[in-house]
Ligand binder design. Structure first.
Ligand code: FAD
Length: 480
């Protein structure tokens, strides 16, 4: 090692020791993690690629978060916020090292206001826990990412998460009334409030929704609630092609109903869950559609009958309607079992949550299947047909370099197809680092430049979550 490298190493070690000391003063030494296994655990998300941080810090309050942000700025150490760590684009992974700030100790539900239909929560509350807590009082928090048992509200807001119920109820941003945020320079600010109507100043709540941990750290959220629907029903049908299944989607609008969820699975997805869990789905099924409705009992009965009729008239066979909660859970289990089940098709899953206007789904599926044939790579399609959001999963063997190269080429072509059909490259998983190389396919240079100016204005030292979203252009920034 030459003298300069030696000096750099010594400087690095001194800096690390100084950083750890400062962090321990803020949160207590027991809440600063540095053991190798801990750094590995906090260095990955649902993607599974590992980038260990130098330290993990577990604050309890917004004041502690602000103090940590001050230290990171002073020492110019990257700071990456982590929620439940079940993102699919590496958003919570510290690709440039530094500190991971986990919000897991900031996990209390502070208030559920029944008459005013809102809840105030800390960012580390799990999505499912909030849903259970409000439903116990007859209230309803609709955003339902399939990861809801593990994801945190902070992570949902930062990714603007959607879910099956988005068809009828929209996505996370439609339920965020107010936020407390620690800015990238360590100020504690409040945006929005407790009312649906609020037009005082810029919409900083809107800015934070989908900001992927780059523009601030959410330390409290006030969320809009609804009355809990009285009843739900689910209908499942099998089809002989994806085209037939997807062609049913616009029929619901014609019948003037808005289902809560419209989920679709292709033949490979069906085979995967069938082989893994033996649900008894007939082999001739080439597609599966799962449609739920909710509302008051009489309305739900009427709408479920309409759904059955539409699915039958559209070529659906083996149409089944859940008559009770257990039956409904059984129908949904097929969809929920999907993510782990498809891993039988390969050790590497390139999961792409593209979106198109929903009438274009059949064209998207045809284009994707043609791309997969040409690139000789297996593709599994499923997703939220009701809002045009299809999860296109290219499967291959991680060790097979040529197959991985072809799968990546297929991803790029799929993104191009989604854009050509009037959609875009991510509906709900965000950009993180995995989609950063494709950002300029979806946004113009001027749009990206505007976003980066905003980031730079709020985070002059580019401290929060470097290496994400703008990774390709980030190196040119000052102050890093
Ligand atoms: C099996 C499975 C199913 C999924 N299904 C869906 C789905 O149906 N719909 C969907 O939208 N997504 C889905 N996802 C993706 C993912 O779960 C969501 O993006 C979820 O919102 C991530 O939440 P998290 O708490 O794990 O966030 P993390 O992965 O921890 O973080 C995600 C991003 O948010 C930032 N962040 C976290 N907390 C804060 C905070 N307090 N302040 C500021 N920034 C913060 C992080 O820096 C990071 O950039 C799925 C993932 C898996 C593994």
């Amino acid at each position: 090692m030459d003298a300069q490298a030696q000096r750099d190493r010594t400087r690095e070690r001194t800096l690390r020791a100084a950083t750890l000391d400062r962090l321990a003063q803020i949160v207590g030494a027991e809440h600063v993690l540095t053991a190798e296994d801990e750094l590995t655990a906090y260095g990955k998300d649902a993607l599974g690629e590992i980038f260990p941080p130098d330290a993990v810090v577990l604050p309890r309050t917004a004041q502690e978060v602000a103090a940590i942000v001050h230290v990171a700025n002073e020492l110019l150490v990257p700071l990456t916020v982590r929620g439940g760590g079940v993102g699919y684009t590496g958003g919570a992974v510290p690709v440039r090292g530094g500190i991971v700030l986990s919000t897991e100790r900031m996990n209390s539900i502070k208030e559920i206001a029944f008459d005013d239909l809102y809840a105030v929560v800390e960012p580390g509350v799990r999505t499912y826990e909030l849903q259970q807590a409000v439903e116990a009082q007859g209230l309803f928090y609709p955003p339902d990412p399939s990861s809801l048992r593990d994801s945190f509200i902070g992570g949902n807001i930062a990714e603007n998460a959607g879910g099956p119920r988005s068809v009828k109820y929209g996505v996370t941003k439609h339920y965020v009334l107010g936020l407390e945020v620690v800015t990238p320079t360590g100020d504690i600010i409040r945006a929005g409030g407790k009312t649906t109507k609020n037009v005082v100043g810029f919409d900083l709540v809107g800015l934070m929704c989908g900001s992927e941990g780059l523009l601030g750290i959410i330390t409290e959220a006030t969320l809009r609630l609804l009355p809990l629907p009285e009843a739900t029903q689910t209908v499942r049908a099998l089809f002989r092609s994806m085209r037939e299944a997807c062609a049913c989607v616009p029929q619901f609008v014609r019948a003037r109903i808005v289902p809560t969820a419209i989920e679709v699975m292709d033949r490979h997805a069906i085979r995967a869950v069938e082989e893994a869990f033996s649900f008894g789905i007939p082999r001739e099924a080439e597609a599966l559609l799962l449609v739920s409705v909710d509302g008051d009992r009489a309305e739900v009965e009427r709408e479920a009958q309409i759904v059955e009729r539409i699915l039958g008239a559209g070529g659906g066979f083996d149409v089944q309607r859940a008559r009770n909660k257990a039956d409904e859970d059984r129908l949904w289990e097929v969809r929920r079992a999907l993510s782990p089940a498809i891993m039988r098709y390969g050790t590497l899953k390139l999961n792409n949550d593209v979106v198109v206007p929903r009438s274009r789904i059949p064209e998207l599926i045809e284009r994707v299947e043609e791309i997969a044939r040409r690139q000789r790579v297996m593709v599994v399609n499923f997703g939220h047909a009701g809002d045009g959001n299809i999860h296109v999963n290219f499967m291959c063997d991680r060790e097979d370099a040529d197959a991985v190269r072809r799968a990546r080429a297929a991803v790029r072509e799929t993104f191009a197809a989604a854009i050509e059909l009037g959609g875009t490259i991510s509906a709900e998983h965000g950009i993180g680092y995995t989609k950063a190389p494709y950002l300029d396919m979806a946004l113009s240079a001027e749009t990206i430049e505007t976003m980066m100016r905003l980031k730079k204005a709020l985070d002059p030292n580019w401290i929060l979550n470097p290496g994400k979203v703008f990774a390709a252009r980030e190196e040119a920034q000052d102050g890093r």
